[in-house]
Structure formats: C-alpha cells, structure tokens
Design a binder for this molecule. Structure first.
Ligand SMILES: [Zn+2]
Length: 242
C-alpha cells in the first residue's frame, strides 16, 4: 500500500512537469519583422525617431536612386542599427525583367553606391523585388538567390502603397485582418507614408500584447529557423556547412 501511495505521489509530482514541457513545445515563437520599402525619403528621420521611441528594430529595403537623393538618411538608417536590404537601383520593373544580366549589374551597383555612401564595410545579403516576387521569372528569383541574397515578400501589409483609406482605423483594421493568428509575420510598409507612421504605435502595441517579438530580417541560423514557419514567399541561399 505504501508503495502504491508513493507511486501515486510521484505521478502527481511528475504530471504537471510533463504537461508544462508539452506546453512549452506547443507554444510557437511569435515574431514580427517590420519592413519599410522605397526609401530613404524626406521623412526618414521622423520614422527613425518613432522606431527608436517604440524600441523596435526594422528592415529597410532601399532604392539606389533614393540613396543618392538622401545619402545622409541612408547613413542614419545604418547607424541606427536597422537591417538594410537592396530594393534595386531604380525600382524599374521593366529593366529588372529584361534579364538576369541586368539584375546582376544592378545588385553590384547598389552595393557600390552604399559603400560610397555609408562606408566601405557595408554589405547586405537581403533583397526585395520591387512590386514583390510574383511577377518575376523563376530564373530571376533563383539567380538573385544564387548571387548570395535572400529575397523576401511579405504576408501582411498596411496597404499604404496600394489603397486609399478613409481613416487610420480603417488601415489598422485592414492590416490586423491579415494577421489571422499567423505566428511569423513579415509586415510590408513604405517610407513617407504618414498614415502608416501614425498607426505604427498601435500596431506595435497589438503585437506586443499578443506575444510577438520584433526582429530585423537576417540569414542567420536563428532567423532561418523562425522564418521556416512563415507563410510569406521567400528564398534563402544555403549557408556553408548546411
Ligand atoms: Zn518598392
């Protein structure tokens, strides 16, 4: 009898620990990657100040011609510690669709420009296709990957470049309606969109309240593991040793 009792006691002690371990396995990691395209723009400093206040990292997909127009803002983005990716030199769909030779030259020109602008040690392995990847040939998409770049679309957007909203609330509702319980989110936004800047504090608060952490895109092992469960279209280069 004593033995049975002590067995029961051991079971009672063990069960909560077991269910706890199960919970830990079943709770997926929630991550949101904030991304801003098409900059730098005239109001980049305001956006950087806001991100600083909110204490969140972001990824900026910059356009070469905009970097030329606002070189000091490109440097501010890098100096603030945000991730920077290539969004092409001129955002020209027709040129980028003309062939992989052009795309290859475009990647080199972007990196050269950034090195002249922000410092020789600049490099990036992040890319976003202007307009998103879906309208590009699959050979172009694998070419970018084979040049050593990870390219990313998105699975949630504020719609700031696509739609006109009547109110901030309408944009906020539209954005959050796409979240639908997804655990890993790449959120597409654009620079120089006042409404996006206005709703950003509420978006950040929503994600914080719902257990999301904020990260900048990268091709490091931790982000590869997180991004493996993200529904956005993307292609990552293989890493050495994998
Ligand atoms: Zn763009």
């Amino acid at each position: 009898m004593k033995r049975i009792l002590s067995l029961l006691l051991a079971l009672c002690l063990l069960l909560p620990a077991l269910s706890c371990a199960e919970d830990a396995q079943e709770t997926p990691r929630r991550v949101v990657y904030l991304t801003f395209d098409d900059g730098p723009k005239k109001d980049t400093p305001e956006l950087l100040a806001l991100l600083g206040e909110l204490d969140v990292p972001a990824t900026f997909f910059l356009v070469g011609l905009s970097v030329r127009a606002f070189p000091e803002y490109a440097k501010m983005i890098v100096d603030a510690g945000h991730a920077v990716g290539c969004h092409s030199m001129s955002h020209s769909y027709s040129r980028l669709k003309s062939g992989t030779d052009y795309v290859g030259r475009d990647l080199v020109r972007f990196t050269d420009l950034m090195r002249e602008t922000v410092g020789e040690d600049f490099s990036t392995d992040l890319y976003r296709f202007p307009g998103g990847s879906s309208s590009y040939a699959s050979r172009t998409k694998t070419f970018v990957r084979d040049q050593g770049y990870a390219w990313f679309d998105w699975n949630v957007m504020t719609g700031d470049a696509q739609y006109t909203f009547k109110s901030d609330q309408e944009m906020l509702d539209y954005t959050l309606s796409q979240v639908r319980g997804q655990d890993v989110i790449i959120l597409l936004m654009h620079e120089a969109k006042e409404r996006t800047r206005r709703i950003l504090p509420e978006l950040v608060a929503y994600f914080r309240e719902n257990g999301y952490e904020f990260r900048a895109l990268s091709t490091g092992g931790e982000d590869r593991a997180i991004l493996a469960s993200c529904g956005a279209r993307m292609m990552l280069p293989e890493t050495a040793g994998e």
